[in-house]
Write a protein that binds this ligand. Structure first.
Ligand code: MG
Length: 398
């Protein structure tokens, strides 16, 4: 499709640090997408927790499948708004690359443990991964991605960190909004996870059908479907002796959650289209100067934040989720203390000449998958128990 004048293109891009010859079959952002697709950091996401620990089952979302869902929504948004679909694709696929094991808790624990050593922030780490840690090229370190891809990955950044990053961090100092493509990915992320978490929590049995029915947006979605002849299952249908009744009951709840998500996406695209048309930007720079242009209508925004609140109360703080999180928090804290005492237990030891031990610790710990973190914990307990005996460093974050 033709790109809108406000879309980022190869022509109006600030390019790569190390110029490479054009490819005849793909634009520069499609090449960035391939570079992420083949990265080790992306492969690790298959064993990293989104919300539900990947050691607890294998049917719900991981960070990798979540990223793929975000990609699908943001590509559809890009197509309808005339944005650069490939840039949205790569930003979506890479948006969670910097996450530590064990979901958001992992990042918070690392940030606390590293508080005297620069802290830890997953967006910043994502940039570090693509700029330095992934290094499959002989000519340079990092993946040599386009400027707009790198800038889009840095969703949040403190002014102090931004300063050290130069041009790519500039907007976090000037307060300039992100590109429309990055805005599209950001909201697609929010739409993807809030509905996926609701579905996963239901399929895992954390929420009953009656509880899911009280989720903000569910009754409205149900009534839209009922107008088309849909009828909602009862709680009794889930334990019916007929397997097909049970299957249909489950699928019915999934159909309503799907409808909620479809409605949310349609609202976001229609509202953003209207806002962009009214503002009439003629270039990506102009679009950014106009402030955030991609978003929900006022009504949907309210519904979306109510649904997030519902998830916080009923899913993320569910006793089962909290219980797993608390065990995993200790695993991460124990590993931190063990590696701090015996850095030779980490991969890639010894350190480089001017290498900072704590940055290496951050890279190593955040690079672990859930599975590997548990295995490392078991290994150290078996081989070097003295490193864990006095580890009573208990992070305060929940
Ligand atoms: Mg995400």
């Amino acid at each position: 499709m033709t790109l809108a004048p406000y879309a980022i293109t190869d022509q109006n891009s600030r390019g790569r640090e190390h110029p490479i010859p054009d490819a005849s079959d793909r634009n520069a952002f499609a090449r960035d997408y391939t570079r992420i697709l083949h990265s080790q950091a992306l492969r690790r996401l298959q064993h990293k927790t989104q919300v539900f620990s990947s050691t607890e089952g294998d049917l719900f979302r991981t960070r990798l499948t979540h990223s793929m869902e975000v990609e699908q929504i943001s590509r559809s948004c890009a197509r309808q708004l005339g944005l650069n679909e490939d840039l949205c694709g790569v930003l979506a696929l890479a948006h969670d690359l910097g996450h530590a094991p064990f979901g958001h808790m992992g990042q918070d624990v690392l940030d606390e443990l590293l508080s005297k050593h620069g802290g830890f922030e997953h967006n910043h780490q994502a940039l570090r991964i693509v700029d330095e840690l992934e290094s499959p090229y002989l000519e340079h370190k990092g993946l040599n991605l386009m400027f707009e891809t790198r800038e889009g990955l840095l969703k949040h950044c403190t002014p102090a960190r931004a300063k050290a990053l130069g041009a790519v961090g500039e907007r976090h100092i000037t307060g300039r909004p992100s590109s429309l493509e990055a805005q599209a990915v950001d909201i697609s992320d929010a739409i993807a996870y809030v509905h996926a978490d609701l579905e996963d929590a239901f399929l895992m049995g954390l929420l009953t059908c009656d509880q899911v029915k009280t989720a903000p947006g569910y009754p409205e979605a149900l009534s839209r479907l009922e107008k088309k002849g849909f009828s909602h299952p009862t709680e009794a249908d889930f334990s019916n002796e007929d397997p097909d009744t049970r299957r249909r009951a489950k699928a019915s709840v999934q159909a309503v959650v799907r409808e909620m998500m479809r409605h949310s996406i349609d609202d976001m695209i229609a509202h953003s289209k209207m806002t962009i048309q009214a503002a009439g930007p003629k270039s990506p720079e102009e679009a950014r100067a106009l402030g955030p242009l991609i978003g929900f209508s006022a009504g949907q925004r309210k519904l979306h934040s109510a649904l997030r609140q519902f998830s916080r109360e009923h899913i993320y703080e569910h006793p089962k989720v909290v219980n797993v999180r608390s065990k995993e928090r200790q695993v991460l804290a124990d590993l931190f203390v063990a590696y701090e005492k015996a850095p030779e237990e980490m991969d890639g030891f010894p350190l480089g000449k001017n290498e900072d031990l704590y940055r290496r610790l951050a890279d190593h710990l955040s690079g672990l998958t859930d599975l590997r973190a548990h295995k490392e914990h078991e290994r150290i307990l078996r081989e070097r128990p003295e490193l864990l005996v006095k580890s009573n460093r208990r992070p305060s974050v929940r």
